[in-house]
Design a protein around this ligand. Structure first.
Ligand SMILES: C[S@@+](CC[C@H](N)C(=O)[O-])C[C@H]1O[C@@H](n2cnc3c(N)ncnc32)[C@H](O)[C@@H]1O
Length: 312
């Protein structure tokens, strides 16, 4: 199984600035790449709560953290992180971090059915106890729903043609494997698209994975609920890998850091009328990987890191 190299690690630590004795949350434990470094900085008095939906990540991530410091690994969807913390008597924390999407061990395990590179049963569940799989999405969703998902979550311009091919093929026999799905996608793509850079199935696989794991819903819920869970001075940093996710994070962070009406009012507000927004920008523009990091880790190519801090 492949090694997971943490993306934008140095930058994440800089914006999160974990300090000894603080309480932090890593919403996406994975193989503890970011968690390990955060935990080292929290020292023996600090505490780290880590979340992951994937049992394997909880097992392997915990084994790494055990040698470092005080933590609790919680197997749950991060959409409900605030409730999970409240159950443990924690109302506010000093830092929240998320590194969205799938981990390399998930992608590189053929059995998990995430990848178009291996022939496997269509699965793509991060949480293997959930019932909905990629097989169900591909074989039971309507033509219109498939086309919408592939267009919205995969941003594939051939979405409708791909959905039509899927529906046509599954009427003859179910589409069971990743390679069968790749064939359906390829047959829907014009020759020019097949010659262009990148795997022709990449966007459709991404779209189906997002649907199977309800990734958009989790991110939106997180962005609606994190603000009260941060202490004054607390920081939140999120790494996204898709423009769609980055736009959602950018908009949510902007609404918490910009003065209402400040951008558009024709008549400037008087100083006494200005209400300070509850958060401050930590990153003005999203941070992206340096050339040096890109040489080591291609996955970092599309990564964008945004961070804000609660006004002290
Ligand atoms: C990109 S990996 C994180 C890698 C980690 N930062 C590291 O360096 O090892 C994302 C992880 O988040 C988990 N994940 C994604 N969405 C989740 C959600 N809504 N709730 C809980 N875990 C989630 C995935 O199972 C995966 O293990």
């Amino acid at each position: 199984m492949s090694e997971h190299i943490p993306v934008l690690l140095k930058e994440s630590l800089e914006v999160l600035n974990p300090k000894p004795g603080e309480v932090f949350v890593d919403l996406t434990l994975g193989r503890a790449g970011h968690s390990s470094e955060i935990l080292k900085r929290l020292g023996s008095e600090g505490m780290l709560y880590c979340f992951d939906r994937d049992e394997q990540a909880i097992i392997e991530g915990s084994a790494i953290l055990e040698k470092i410091g005080r933590f609790e690994a919680i197997r749950a969807n991060f959409a409900s992180f605030a409730e999970e913390l409240r159950k443990r008597g924690i109302n506010q924390v000093d830092g929240i971090f998320a590194d969205l999407g799938v981990s390399s061990p998930q992608f590189d395990d053929p059995e998990r059915g995430f990848s178009y590179r291996f022939d496997a049963r269509l699965d793509m569940r991060m949480d293997r106890s959930q019932t909905l799989t990629a097989f169900d999405v591909v074989n039971t969703y309507s033509l219109n729903d498939l086309a919408r998902i592939i267009a919205d979550y995969g941003e594939d311009r051939d979405a409708y043609a791909i959905a039509k091919q899927i529906v046509k093929r599954r009427a003859i026999e179910p589409i069971v494997t990743t390679f069968q799905l790749v064939e359906a996608i390829k047959s829907a793509k014009p020759a020019k698209a097949l010659r262009s850079k990148g795997h022709p199935a990449k966007q459709t696989f991404q779209a189906i994975r997002i649907e199977v794991n309800h990734e958009k819903e989790a991110l939106e819920r997180l962005l609606e609920t994190f603000a009260p869970a941060l202490r004054p001075g607390g920081r939140i940093a999120i790494i996204t890998f898709m423009s769609l996710d980055d736009r959602i994070v950018k908009r949510a962070f902007a609404s918490l850091t910009e003065v209402e009406g400040s951008r558009h009012d024709a008549i400037p507000m008087r100083p006494e009328e200005v209400k300070f927004p509850p958060f401050i920008k930590v990153t003005r523009k999203p941070l992206v990987a340096t050339g040096e990091e890109l040489l080591l880790n291609r996955r970092a190519q599309s990564a964008k890191l945004r961070a804000i801090a609660k006004r002290p």
